[in-house]
Design a protein around this ligand. Structure first.
Ligand SMILES: Nc1ncnc2c1ncn2[C@@H]1O[C@H](COP(=O)(O)OP(=O)(O)OP(=O)(O)O)[C@@H](O)[C@H]1O
Ligand SMILES: [Mg+2]
Length: 255
């Protein structure tokens, strides 16, 4: 079964058509990489998949593990196992990071973290942040670390990651990317990862990548090759000259 199927999806934001008749699917147990220039609609896409308000589905369907979620709310999608990490994680005043992490693990406030959980918090270098309000005053990279750890503790089936590598130092990026990879491998979950950079591909094994341009996906192939081509010739030229679409990504041609 596919983890996610998108059929003929068109989306408007503030009355403007951003995504146009998109068709694709995400496979189980696999990471998928999404490239695209600023403003091409990447955040719009994952916000729509998650069901966030303000993203108007004007046509099409979204199926999560065979269930039509097009008209379901954010809470229902989260309960089914979808989760999003934001490009700019919000501050949550009044909620300590430690308590939030316990909530993610379905623990009570007075419960202790297990040895394994404590090790993971240490690996994310967040031990000294547990008594601070979540993300309040955190640096950009610290917010990303906190966000990704929450997400892994929630054990989602589909991770929608909006630039998990932006503003993150090289050591943290390596750690975050390895943790994401380990999670995908051990859980059989899937990920859709938005990035502008190639470094994350050194650690996250992603078979599939594509470019979002002018409201549609293009160039379904090895993400490292896409990244090299984008750097060499730019997004538009890359899309114009490369039309390979391996199995696993359903496209306009195969619907
Ligand atoms: N609330 C909004 N009101 C008006 N326009 C919006 C709104 N949200 C998004 N847009 C527009 O939709 C387009 C797609 O935005 P989106 O944030 O999805 O781009 P992106 O691909 O994630 O870009 P980036 O790489 O910079 O994060 C942009 O032109 C943006 O200005
Ligand atoms: Mg974005």
């Amino acid at each position: 079964m596919e983890m996610l199927e998108v059929k003929d999806l068109s989306v408007k934001v503030e009355g403007k058509l951003i995504l146009k008749d998109m068709n694709f699917s995400l496979k189980e147990g696999v990471s998928h990489i999404l490239f695209g220039p600023n403003g091409s609609g990447k955040t719009t896409l994952i916000s729509t998949l998650m069901g966030l308000p303000g993203y108007e589905v004007v046509s099409g369907k979204i199926l999560f593990r065979g269930i039509d979620i097009t008209n379901k709310g954010v809470d229902e999608r989260a309960k089914l196992g979808m989760i999003v990490s934001f490009q700019n994680p919000p501050e949550i005043t009044g909620v300590k990071l430690g308590d939030l992490l316990k909530l993610c693990l379905s623990k009570g406030e007075t419960d202790e973290f297990s040895t394994e959980e404590t090790k993971r918090i240490e690996a994310f270098r967040l031990t000294s942040f547990l008594n601070r309000d979540t993300n309040v005053g955190f640096s950009g990279g610290e917010r990303k670390r906190s966000e990704i750890l929450q997400l892994i503790f929630l054990k989602p089936k589909l991770l929608l990651l909006d630039e998990p590598d932006s503003g993150v130092d090289v050591e943290s990026l390596r750690m975050i990317a390895i943790e994401i990879q380990n999670y995908i491998e051990s859980s059989g979950s899937s990920a859709l990862i938005i990035t502008h950079k190639g470094d994350i591909l050194e650690y996250v094994k992603a078979e599939y990548g594509c470019i979002l341009l002018e409201g549609q996906f293009h160039c379904f192939t090895d993400p490292m090759r896409i990244y090299d081509d984008i750097k060499r010739v730019g997004y538009e030229e890359c899309v114009a000259c490369r039309r390979r679409k391996p199995e696993g990504w359903k496209t306009e041609q195969t619907k």
